[in-house]
Design a protein around this ligand. Structure first.
Ligand SMILES: [Zn+2]
Length: 242
């Protein structure tokens, strides 16, 4: 349990935190195929794990994670996505509710990537800020971080995400199922989306043997870089709010 989880607070605790520091963190990810060795919920679980550290560091209020995002590898085993309009609507209704409570800054982080997801959450934030005085940081967790000195950089189910999983939820990582080349499980019919995005077919090749190259230590280093960067962003944005 953490002192920052909104669902665990009493009304008086919530009011006191907002008065002191009116910052909320909202995280999202989707259920999506992440290879044979990683759980389907990786994006949301990873985002939640990082956001818990960030909330701790910045004394922000952390909302329960949500699972709504737009197109990903829809044709592959276990993926669930939603339409752009719905995802934008959910985001903007969260923003409305948080503004009502006194939020000055909302940090909306997505652990699911791709230009379409980033476009969707960025548009939702920009459209909301155009009609409100609150500030919103909306981005994937990796954005703005300098990856040049790190052994991994953002990817899908490869060295970066596997290392994060090893650091945050090692009990859900099954390295015994890992093989460096696998047949892509192209299982479901194409699901229409405004960008015409389709899942890849054929062979999936990882960048290296993750049994040797991914590690919890590397995951911790990645988390540190992200939390350091986002804490600074939050301080900068808060200074602009007042
Ligand atoms: Zn992912």
């Amino acid at each position: 349990m953490s002192a920052h989880n909104m669902e665990e607070m009493t009304p008086a605790e919530l009011t006191a935190v907002i008065r002191r520091r009116p910052v909320f963190i909202l995280t999202t990810g989707i259920l999506e195929w992440h290879g044979d060795h990683l759980p389907l919920g990786l994006d949301a679980l990873k985002m939640r794990g990082i956001a818990e550290r960030l909330a701790e560091r910045t004394e922000a209020i952390l909302l329960p994670q949500n699972w709504f995002g737009v197109v990903g590898y829809d044709e592959m085993t276990g993926t669930i996505t939603f339409s752009k309009d719905l995802v934008k609507r959910i985001a903007s209704e969260f923003f409305e509710n948080l503004e009502k409570m006194g939020a000055r800054l909302i940090v909306f982080l997505t652990g699911h990537y791709g230009p379409y997801q980033v476009e969707t959450i960025t548009e939702a934030a920009q459209e909301y800020m155009a009609r409100s005085s609150i500030r919103i940081i909306a981005q994937p967790e990796y954005e703005g971080v300098d990856w040049s000195q790190c052994e991994a950089s953002p990817d899908h189910a490869d060295k970066y995400e596997t290392s994060l999983a090893m650091a945050l939820f090692p009990h859900l990582v099954r390295m015994e199922h890992f093989r460096q080349e696998i047949e892509i499980p192209y299982e479901y019919a194409y699901r229409d989306n405004p960008w015409g995005f389709r899942s890849p077919q054929g062979t999936w090749r990882y960048s290296c043997d993750l049994r040797e190259e991914a590690s919890a230590e590397l995951g911790e280093q990645i988390i540190g870089l992200i939390v350091d960067h986002l804490s600074m962003r939050i301080d900068d944005e808060l200074a602009r709010c007042r």
